[in-house]
Design a protein around this ligand. Sequence first.
Ligand code: NAP
Ligand code: F7E
Length: 336
Amino acid sequence: MKTALITGVTGQDGSYLAEHLLDLGYKVVAMMRRSATPSTERLSNCLDRIEIVNGDLIDQSSLMRILAEHKPDEIYNLAAQSFVHSSFHEPIHTGEVTGLGVIRLLEAVRLVVPEARFYQASSSEMFGKVHEVPQKEDTPFHPRSPYGVAKVYGHWATVNYRESYDMYACSGILFNHESPRRGLEFVTRKISDAVAGIVFGEQDKLALGNLDAKRDWGFAGDYIKAMHLMLQQDEAKDYVVATNETHSIREFCTIAFERVGLEYEDFVVIDPRFYRPAEVELLLGDATKAREELGWEPEVDFRGLVEMMVDSDLQRRLDRRLTVQKGSLPGAMAAS
Ligand code: NAP
Ligand code: F7E
């Protein structure tokens, strides 16, 4: 049985990847940093089947200890301060975790388990102010945020360890991918959750920033499969993972509100607080290499993704209401 170590396992991608690797028969070692409040909500489907270990990308010794104790065959480095907006407010912390954290882990791998296969979660944010459309593996980088800058560092660190030490180290340059497990601060989930909140009478407006930015959005459940495939090849390489379609925030809003029979113009207000000092206006990926060499294909399309997220946020509220109602029933009835 192969052992996989996942950092960032409490996040969106970590939870889907843990489930996928368990289905494939892996032992999953899940690295989490210590938190005052538990952050294992996304892992509810697999918490009893993974082995949790405490570690932090800021703490080199924790990484060395985990690798020495568990000797993973595959390492998926998904941990990061991943919210672009926050990276403008916490640039140094973002650099520490999202940038330097990668080289801390690579160095630990080199010293402790050099034969292990390593996956780095690189990002389309590295393309930033894009130099060509669509973006592919050899498109030059031009990051537009401290997050993007830190990801470029992590990306080149991964390439450098592969070239310097002959390690099996890959970077997946993943374009935006979303799901019902997406953090509420990211625009897609902010919209889907607000649509559900409006339907349930919990809010009457949705404040957003730039509606004209365009993203190549896919489903996280599809994208984590590409991560695993990258570590099963004869040779370690870097791959763009994308849908080859781009849509604006405005289009996302249109479909999300349409799903419940509403028009976004009646609810969305523009709030300059959500603008960024420098914006990434257009992302569109060319995933030809991943399709041809990994045999990877996305299964969920844009409309399917938006509708899945809205439906899930509606269902979540419905479930919550039913639980509250059940709790208010007399004991015997509530238990039935
Ligand atoms: P996410 O939901 O924000 O999850 C980030 C994870 O990193 C969380 O588990 C978080 O743990 C952990 N983390 C943060 N700081 C840490 C530290 N110092 N030490 C250890 N763990 C730490 O991100 P995601 O959307 O799943 O994305 C996964 C990875 O792919 C990230 O590296 C992200 O930058 C990258 N990426 C994402 C996308 C996308 O569209 N989703 C696209 C390209 C690349 P806590 O629960 O403790 O906060
Ligand atoms: O913003 C615009 C915002 O925060 C998308 C991360 O996973 O994907 C993600 O980064 C767009 C931007 O994601 C709001 O200005 C408008 O143009 O959902 P986001 P992101 O910045 O694209 C990449 C690939 C990663 O690697 C990152 O880790 O939406 N936007 N109004 C807004 N964005 C937010 N968050 N909130 C708004 O109200």
